[in-house]
Design a protein. Structure first.
Length: 223
């Protein structure tokens, strides 16, 4: 089976307190998004990378690729109005059977091990979703009262969320819904049992300024 990665990069810089889209912010000398693509290109698997970008970000990306002589092969396709639409557009670029890992462009620290685990699970059961157990104590608000809940039953869901191509394409034929918080929820609404696999606490999504500081620290530790 051929392996694909659909990397969705449509974020803004609002919560990063930046006028620049967060995926273009510098992390260890190059844009966050370049680290993300490298994670999929340099891992254990041979993956065809499809990068989904908003129309007004494509020119910026191409200039950065040229300026920094970024030579990771990838295909660019146009994003949609919502993340659902953007993933849908990325999936349409896949013409054959295979396995597809759908990943957030702002998660640059994903490891080859996490990618491999989601792919292996998807080959076995149709999907494999990276997730980690919640670390903090958590409480539920119910009828105006906060209640303690067992955190061992709760997971933070990450990406990649990896699927059999035919399965996830059929799932995305459903009408878009506010209940679709990620790709796993789309598959679940289609009738699939969601299979969680071990993610990584390093696999953070860069959303706020402190995330960038943490990511820099993790990269420094890896060197």
């Amino acid at each position: 089976m051929k392996n694909y990665a659909v990397i969705v990069a449509g974020g803004s810089g609002s919560r990063m307190q930046s006028n620049q889209p967060k995926q273009f912010l510098e992390l260890d000398g190059k844009p966050i998004l370049m680290h993300t693509l490298e994670a999929f290109a340099n891992g254990e698997l041979d993956m065809h990378i499809i990068l989904v970008l908003p129309a007004d970000h494509i020119d910026t990306w191409q200039k950065l690729v040229s300026l920094l002589q970024f030579n990771i092969p990838h295909q660019i396709t146009l994003g949609g109005e919502t993340r659902f639409n953007s993933v849908e557009n990325g999936l349409k670029e896949i013409k054959g059977k295979g396995i597809v890992a759908i990943h957030d462009g702002a998660r640059p620290l994903v490891t080859s091990g996490v990618i491999r685990r989601t792919v292996d699970q998807a080959k076995q059961s149709g999907n494999g979703i990276a997730a980690v157990q919640v670390k903090d104590s958590i409480r539920q608000m119910k009828n105006g009262q906060s209640l303690a809940v067992d955190r061992s039953q709760f997971f933070s869901v990450q990406t990649p969320q990896t699927f059999d191509v035919d399965l996830i394409k059929r799932a995305f034929e459903q009408s878009q819904s506010n209940q679709f918080t990620d790709d796993a929820s789309v598959a679940e609404a289609f009738g699939e049992k969601v299979e969680l696999v071990e993610g990584s606490y390093d696999n953070l999504k860069i959303t706020t300024p402190e995330d960038l500081i943490i990511a820099e620290s993790i990269l420094k530790k890896r060197k």
